[in-house]
Design a protein around this ligand. Structure first.
Ligand SMILES: [Fe+2]
Length: 206
């Protein structure tokens, strides 16, 4: 349970504020069916999550990693990786709105879980460390501002998703497409075969 009284500038307060911002966006997404509103929420949440991931990975995680321990920190790294793959796919061109919404919903579920683990396991351990958390918080705040004005650095997950050219996106949908392409191919063959027969028949009648 996160109920510590920390200053607004404390690094952990900054992370907690980011967590609350994205959780509100996830809730808003679930409450609206409006397409334009949903797209706006996805764009805002993705941008918030990218900035949050960078300040954690570049600044906060390295500062607390040794003392918090590899188990908790490795799990957090992996959760970031999974979220970033989904974010990279959401950044790509997704024509199917149903799948775009589903992908964002899965991202929201995964980030909610990640936030719970950070707030219940990582941050309680981190907050007792002998670190100048206000100085750390200022570094994080400045970096976030820079990211939101100048853009995000390229990451491995975007490169990975770009390489797959959408082929790894939604495997079940891809399997359905493959199956229906196979069925279409088969029915084209059948039509061609029937067509050829149909053409031969009149000749045979003459
Ligand atoms: Fe995180």
């Amino acid at each position: 349970m996160f109920d510590w009284m920390l200053s607004r500038k404390h690094a952990i307060s900054i992370l907690k504020k980011d967590h609350d911002t994205v959780k509100v966006l996830f809730d808003k997404f679930e409450k609206t069916e409006n397409r334009a509103a949903r797209n706006k929420i996805i764009a805002k949440a993705v941008s918030e999550l990218k900035a949050h991931a960078v300040i954690e990975e570049e600044i906060f995680y390295p500062a607390v990693r040794a003392k918090v321990g590899a188990k908790i920190m490795n799990e957090a790294d992996e959760e970031h990786h999974v979220a970033k793959v989904l974010i990279a796919e959401l950044d790509g061109r997704m024509k199917d709105e149903g799948h775009r919404d589903a992908k964002f919903t899965v991202l929201a579920e995964s980030v909610r879980h990640h936030i719970q683990e950070e707030e219940n396991e990582m941050l309680p351990k981190a907050k007792n460390l002998d670190i100048d958390f206000e100085a750390l918080g200022e570094t994080m705040r400045a970096r976030k501002e820079e990211l939101l004005t100048e853009g995000f650095p390229p990451d491995a997950e975007h490169r990975m998703v770009a390489k797959s050219a959408g082929r790894n996106d939604s495997p079940a949908a891809a399997a359905r497409k493959k199956k229906s392409a196979g069925t279409r191919k088969a029915s084209v063959k059948t039509v061609v075969a029937h067509g050829a027969k149909g053409k031969r028949r009149p000749h045979a009648a003459h």
